[in-house]
Design a protein around this ligand. Structure first.
Ligand code: HEM
Length: 465
């Protein structure tokens, strides 16, 4: 579906327009989000970019995003970047079109497994995987610095694999990244690039090789997941109570929300991908900001030492790390690791009283720019967890913080990500003194998600108390 209607008030766009390639020239295909953030600073809270066959309208103004959050007027749109992922996620929760019946079924079926209370059942697994990280890191104390994003990815993939599907990737025993991760990262990168090169002839000729690789990657991801499911089917009577069990049981028992076999595979791929990549980025950025802000670090560590003591943290003790939670919230303000989501008009409507939108027409919410809106007060680039102190949150406009999206298609895994991330940050703070190379400049890789690259920490033992 193309965005074609013209607005009464023209939507600003970058000055240099070339007839065929649109605004994509002069802009890197590798960093569309960071480029769009730069454009936002020049063009304001709504602007458009044209890139090879697509028109993208970006919205980041707090008032307009508040309107877009009105579920009676707007709904999720599966925009081109996400639509490309249907090759791996199909009609799984993340990539399903609103009207696809499997979305509501899977949502009804799995929602109870993602309440705050349900996190209790994943807690011990999360503690165990955090323990594997510290074992891995203990061996590097005083040695060469650790690559943060790569280790956080091991941790989060391992956690969702075991908590969701009782499947271990043996992440910390591997030297190289898991082939599942490599295939997934290539598939995400492919989806991002594919979005910007929708000229049929050119893409056939120029991208034959990466399309072929993508077909292999897609098949490999499906194969891993089929193996996860097969192992479980073999162990049907002793199956642990996890996401896969919920889906397989519903199928066995003819539950009204039962999912067919293909859809169950789509859900498993979806959870393995959506359930680890963004959390890994969030943890990596949080460690970056902790390493860069000694006062924040000292306060966070003092909290962990005071609240947790020496024991493995019990479930209830995780949510007590209020300040660590603020560090996480502020991290996701500056770098929301799923940096955009799309909203479409349910009926013909006018955004901000000025920009007409036809039914089905969509815009992208550019979250990192929304999170730097003037409504946040002065100096939005400054990392300041106190923005999330309860009294300041109470006084804040309701729709200016959207790291987990909005409405009924918002992130189902939000509580999971928060519990996991706070637990892991607490574990690291309690166990290590860590520091980054003072010359390190934050570099962010975009592959639909955001991820710091080449960020390393040197580790020393922290003696609690
Ligand atoms: C949806 C962000 C962690 C599973 C979303 C959306 C965002 C988001 C922005 C909405 C996308 C849209 O509107 O198109 C994040 C961030 C995370 C995180 C920033 C970590 C910091 C997780 C985890 C899981 C998960 C841990 C699973 C365990 C999903 C699923 C959806 C979703 C299944 C689709 C929900 C639906 O449409 O019904 N996430 N997510 N996410 N997320 Fe997350």
């Amino acid at each position: 579906v193309e965005n074609s209607s013209t607005a009464t008030t023209p939507v600003p766009h970058p000055p240099r327009r070339l007839p065929l390639l649109g605004d994509v020239l002069g802009v890197s295909l590798h960093t569309p989000v960071q480029d769009s953030m730069r454009l936002e600073r020049q063009l304001g809270p709504i602007f458009e970019r044209k890139a090879l066959g697509h028109r993208f309208v970006f919205v980041s103004g707090a008032d307009m995003v508040a309107e877009l959050s009105d579920e009676s007027r707007f709904a999720k749109n599966v925009a081109p970047g996400i639509a490309e992922l249907r090759g791996i996620g199909g009609d799984g929760l993340f990539t399903a079109y609103n009207e696809e019946p499997n979305w509501a079924r899977a949502h009804n079926l799995l929602r109870p497994a993602f309440t705050q209370a349900a996190m209790r059942s994943y807690h011990d697994i999360m503690v165990a995987v955090a323990g594997e990280l510290t074992e891995h890191w203990d061996a590097r104390i005083g040695g060469a610095p650790v690559d943060v994003s790569s280790d956080m990815t091991k941790l989060t993939l391992e956690t969702i694999g075991r908590a969701g599907f009782s499947y271990s990737f043996d992440s910390f025993r591997r030297e190289r990244p898991d082939p599942f991760v490599e295939a997934m990262v290539r598939a995400l990168t492919h989806a991002q690039r594919r979005t910007f090169r929708n000229v049929p002839l050119a893409s056939k000729l120029l991208y034959r090789k990466s399309d072929r690789q993508n077909a292999l990657d897609t098949a490999y991801l499906a194969q891993v997941v089929d193996e996860v499911i097969r192992q479980r089917r073999d162990a049907i009577d002793s199956g642990p109570e996890d996401l896969l069990e919920i889906m397989l049981r519903a199928a066995r028992e003819d539950d009204p929300n039962r999912l067919d076999e293909v859809n169950i595979r789509n859900q498993v791929v979806t959870f393995l991908v959506a359930g680890h990549e963004t959390t890994s980025g969030a943890l990596s950025f949080a460690l970056y900001y902790l390493a860069r802000n000694p006062e924040v670090l000292a306060r966070a560590r003092a909290e962990v030492d005071a609240v947790w003591g020496d024991e493995a943290p019990a479930f209830e003790q995780v949510a007590k790390l209020r300040y660590v939670r603020r560090v996480l919230d502020e991290t996701l303000r500056l770098w929301p690791t799923a940096p955009a989501y799309a909203r479409e008009a349910r009926e013909d409507t006018v955004l901000a009283g000025r920009y007409p939108m036809r039914a089905g027409e969509w815009v992208l919410v550019l979250i990192p720019s929304l999170h730097r809106d003037p409504a946040w007060g002065p100096d939005p680039e400054r990392f300041d967890p106190e923005r999330f102190a309860p009294e300041r949150v109470r006084g804040r406009a309701p729709h200016i913080y959207k790291p987990f999206g909005t409405g009924e298609r918002a992130c189902i895994g939000r509580q999971f990500a928060i519990h996991e991330a706070v637990l892991v940050l607490g574990t690291i703070l309690r166990r290590y003194n860590f520091s980054a190379d003072p010359d390190y400049q934050l570099r962010i890789q975009e592959r639909l998600t955001l991820m710091p690259v080449d960020f390393r920490l040197s580790l020393r033992r922290h003696h609690h108390g």
